[in-house]
Ligand binder design. Structure first.
Ligand code: GTP
Ligand code: MG
Length: 197
């Protein structure tokens, strides 16, 4: 599936601009700068498909990528970016929540958590929303190339334990690195299960 070409086909700045589609979708959510766009590039093997940047708040709309006509990947704006204007944050979050709650073809949300830092209140809010709306989600730990093995192990255990308390969570937490490619084949295999025949 991921050997097929992937291309950007739609950007939505608000909920009325969502593409009409019944193709299965997988969305990538997480705090600003956690590595969502980089992960999409690693999965598709296309380095500059989704715009990644060291400047938080890079992705400002919902970006839709078509993967060989069989699966749609959705790059979401990050949440929890302290420096963004309050009104801007509220717009992004409102749109994100509206999209997540009201998208019948959404099969899974990949929730990215930074392997190097603790789970933040904003991450917990999002997980609670997933539980309430019964949105199937799976946690991926990002930037595992930038953490010592012991610290990663501790973080992994903490997150895996937390998942057992979330009814909507997939129990398997995947350690990944978009830089080294670690965990990418495993995530591809997970997501391939949602693709159209
Ligand atoms: P927003 O669109 O602002 O919400 O950010 P994002 O979650 O899309 O993050 P993005 O992919 O733009 O990456 C943010 C920064 O993290 C960039 O400087 C990336 O180079 C860096 N980064 C992403 N993935 C990795 C990784 O696996 N390892 C390391 N060390 N850095 C990474
Ligand atoms: Mg981004």
């Amino acid at each position: 599936l991921f050997a097929r070409p992937c291309e950007f086909f739609h950007g939505a700045q608000n909920i009325s601009q969502l593409p009409v589609s019944d193709a299965p979708e997988v969305a990538f959510a997480g705090r600003s700068n956690v590595g969502k766009s980089s992960l999409i590039n690693a999965l598709t093997g296309q380095k500059s498909l989704a715009r990644a940047s060291s400047e938080p708040g890079r992705t400002k709309q919902l970006n839709f990528f078509d993967l060989g006509g069989r699966l749609v990947l959705v790059d979401m704006p990050g949440y929890g970016y302290a420096k963004a204007a309050k009104s801007v944050k509220e717009d992004w979050q409102g749109m994100m929540f509206d999209y997540l709650r009201g998208r019948p073809n959404l099969r899974r949300v990949v929730l990215l958590l930074d392997a190097r830092v603790e789970t933040k209140a904003s991450d917990r809010e999002v997980m609670d929303l997933f539980d309430k709306a019964a949105i199937n989600f799976q946690v991926v730990l990002t930037k595992c190339d930038d953490v010592k093995p012991k610290a990663e192990e501790a973080r992994y255990r903490e997150v895996a334990a937390e998942m057992s308390r979330h009814p909507a969570a997939h129990p398997v937490v995947l350690p990944t690195s978009s830089q080294t490619g670690r965990g990418i084949p495993e995530l591809r295999a997970e997501l391939a299960a949602f693709a159209e025949e």
